[in-house]
Design a protein around this ligand. Structure first.
Ligand code: BGP
Length: 474
C-alpha cells in the first residue's frame, strides 16, 4: 500500500472513439473529418484508417470485462460527435447515443468511473463542409448543443467530463502543419480557429455549470514543460518563450480567460493575433474548468533563435523515426533542440519521467487547480510470441517511473485526482497506424490486415492490476 495516493484516486486508462471503435458508418453515424482525411492518399502511414480500428464498437463488453478484471477505477473514452448528430447540428441519432449509454452502464455495472471526452478530434465532416468547422463562430452554438444533449442525457451517470482533447495539437497540426484535418498551413487562420475553439470550450463549461452542478469538467492539454538548452541566459529566455507560446497560450485562457501578454504582442506585431469581439473575454472568463487534464508524453528543450531563423516544415506525415530529430521553432522566440540527457522511444519521443513532476508543479503554482493526468504511456513495437505472451517490460518500466514521479508530485503539494494511461487496448495511432502500440491488451491486427482482432493480455496488464490493488504500490 502506498500512502501518497488518496483512497479515491482514479487509476485509469484512456482511449478515443476514432482510434478504437470502428463501425465508422454503422447505426446512423455520419462521417467525421478523420473518415474523410484518411481517405486522401499519403495522409497517414500506409493509408491506415479507423474504419474497423480494434472494433470496440462490437467488442465493448469484452473490453469492459477486461477492465474489470484489471480492477480499473476509471476509464476515459470519447464520444464521436457524428454518432450523436450525424450532420453535426441537425437531427439527433438515438442509436448513436444508445451505444454510449450501453457502454456507460457496462462500466458503472463494474464500478468503473466513466470519464467522458466530448471532443477527441472527430469533427462531423458536415460542419467542415457547411462552414469550415472551427473557423466559423457557428461552431460555438453547435458544439454547445451537442454537449448539452450529452450533459442532460448522462448527468446522473457521468461525473467527470473532458471538453476538448489537446486543442494545442489538433489546432497546430490541423492549421499550421497540415498533418491533421483540415490540412491547412496558415497561421492567421490557425489563431482565429484556435480562438473560436477557446470560446466553444468556455461556453460548454458554462452550460455544464447549469446542468450538472455537482460534476467536474475541464479540457485535456498536451503539456510538455519547456527546459532551457543551457544556462546561457539567452536559452533560459527562449525556454520561457516556449513555455508561454506552447503552453500558456492555451492554459492561461482556460484558467484565467486571458492570453499571455508577451505572445499576444509577438503575434500582434505580425498581424497574427486573433480577432477579439465584444463579449469574448467575458465568455472566456465564464467557463473556467474544475480541473486541468494533462496529457504527458515528453518535455521540450529550447535554445535561443534569432529573428532571421528559418525552419524547414516537415513534409512527412508520420513522426520521425529514432534518430531523425529535426530542429523546429519560432524565429525570434525559440528553437527546439535534442535533449542529450534523455533516451528516446522508437518514435523519437524523449522519455522524461521527472518532467511530469516538473509539469504538474508548474501547473499547480500557476493555476492552482486540481490536475488529472488524462494520458501518459509508451508507444512501442510489441511482439506477440507464439505462446500468446507479450513481454512489454519496457512499458512497465516507463509507467512505473512516471507513477513514482506522480507520488513525488503529490508529496510536493499537487492536487492530483487521477492517472489514465494511454491506452487500455492497442489502437490506431492517428498518423502511425497500428504498429505503434500503447495498450495493456494486445489486439491482433496488422498494419493493413484486420486478422481476428483477438485480445491478448500483455505482461503489463498484470503489473498495472497490482499497482491499482495496492493504490500505487509496486
Ligand atoms: C495524444 C492523443 C492521443 C494519442 C496519443 C499518442 O496526442 O491525444 O489520441 O494518439 O497522443 O500519440 P501517437 O498516436 O501519435 O503516438
Amino acid at each position: 500500500h502506498n500512502d501518497a495516493f488518496p483512497n479515491n484516486f482514479l487509476w485509469g486508462s484512456a482511449s478515443a472513439a476514432y482510434q478504437i471503435e470502428g463501425g465508422w458508418n454503422e447505426e446512423g453515424k455520419g462521417p467525421s473529418v478523420w473518415d474523410h482525411f484518411t481517405r486522401i492518399p499519403g495522409n497517414t502511414f500506409k493509408g491506415t484508417n479507423g474504419d474497423v480500428a480494434v472494433d470496440h464498437y462490437h467488442h465493448y463488453k469484452e473490453d469492459v470485462a477486461l477492465m474489470a478484471e484489471m480492477g480499473l477505477k476509471a476509464y476515459r473514452f470519447s464520444i464521436a460527435w457524428s454518432r450523436i448528430f450525424p450532420d453535426g447540428n441537425g437531427a439527433l441519432n438515438e442509436q448513436g447515443i444508445q451505444f454510449y449509454e450501453r457502454l456507460i452502464d457496462e462500466l458503472l455495472g463494474h464500478e468503473i468511473e466513466p470519464i467522458v471526452t466530448l471532443y477527441h478530434w472527430d469533427l462531423p465532416q458536415a460542419l467542415q463542409d457547411q462552414y469550415g468547422g472551427w473557423e466559423s463562430r457557428q461552431i460555438i452554438e453547435d458544439f454547445n448543443r451537442y454537449c448539452v444533449t450529452l450533459f442532460e442525457r448522462f448527468k446522473d451517470k457521468v461525473k467527470y467530463w473532458v471538453t476538448l482533447n489537446e486543442q494545442n495539437v489538433f489546432i497546430r497540426l490541423g492549421y499550421e502543419e497540415a498533418k491533421h484535418p483540415p490540412g491547412v498551413t496558415d497561421r492567421k487562420r490557425m489563431y482565429e480557429a484556435n480562438h473560436i475553439a477557446n470560446l466553444a470550450n468556455a461556453k460548454a463549461i458554462a452550460s455544464f455549470r447549469e446542468i450538472v452542478p455537482d460534476g467536474k469538467i475541464g479540457p485535456s492539454f498536451a503539456y510538455g514543460p519547456a527546459y532551457p538548452y543551457s544556462n546561457d541566459p539567452g536559452d533560459v529566455l527562449a525556454a520561457e518563450n516556449a513555455e508561454e507560446y506552447l503552453n500558456g497560450w492555451w492554459l492561461d485562457v482556460y484558467c484565467d480567460g486571458e492570453y499571455p501578454k508577451t505572445i499576444w504582442k509577438y503575434l500582434e506585431q505580425r498581424g497574427l493575433s486573433p480577432t477579439l469581439e465584444e463579449g469574448d473575454t467575458a465568455l472566456l472568463k465564464s467557463g473556467k474548468p474544475d480541473f486541468l487534464g494533462v496529457n504527458y508524453y515528453q518535455t521540450g528543450t529550447f535554445a535561443e533563435s534569432p529573428l532571421n531563423d528559418v525552419f524547414q516544415s516537415s513534409k512527412e506525415n508520420h513522426d520521425g523515426k529514432k534518430g531523425q530529430f529535426k530542429e523546429s521553432g519560432i524565429a525570434g522566440l525559440f528553437k527546439r533542440k535534442r535533449n542529450n540527457t534523455l533516451e528516446t522511444t522508437d518514435w523519437d519521443w524523449e522519455i522524461d519521467p521527472i518532467g511530469l513532476r516538473i509539469g504538474l508543479r508548474r501547473i499547480t503554482s500557476r493555476y492552482r487547480l486540481p490536475v488529472m493526468v488524462t494520458e501518459n504511456g509508451l508507444g512501442a513495437f510489441d511482439k506477440l510470441e507464439k505462446n500468446n505472451v507479450v513481454q512489454d517490460d519496457y512499458r512497465i518500466d516507463y509507467i512505473r517511473q512516471h507513477i513514482e514521479q506522480l507520488q513525488a508530485a503529490i508529496t510536493d503539494g499537487v492536487d492530483l485526482i487521477g492517472y489514465c494511461t494511454w491506452s487500455f487496448t492497442d489502437l490506431l495511432s492517428w498518423l502511425n497506424g497500428y504498429q505503434k502500440r500503447y495498450g495493456f491488451i494486445y489486439v491482433d491486427r496488422d498494419e493493413t490486415d484486420e486478422k481476428d482482432l483477438r485480445r491478448v493480455k500483455k505482461k503489463s496488464f498484470d503489473w498495472y492490476r497490482t499497482v491499482i490493488a495496492t493504490n500505487g504500490g509496486n
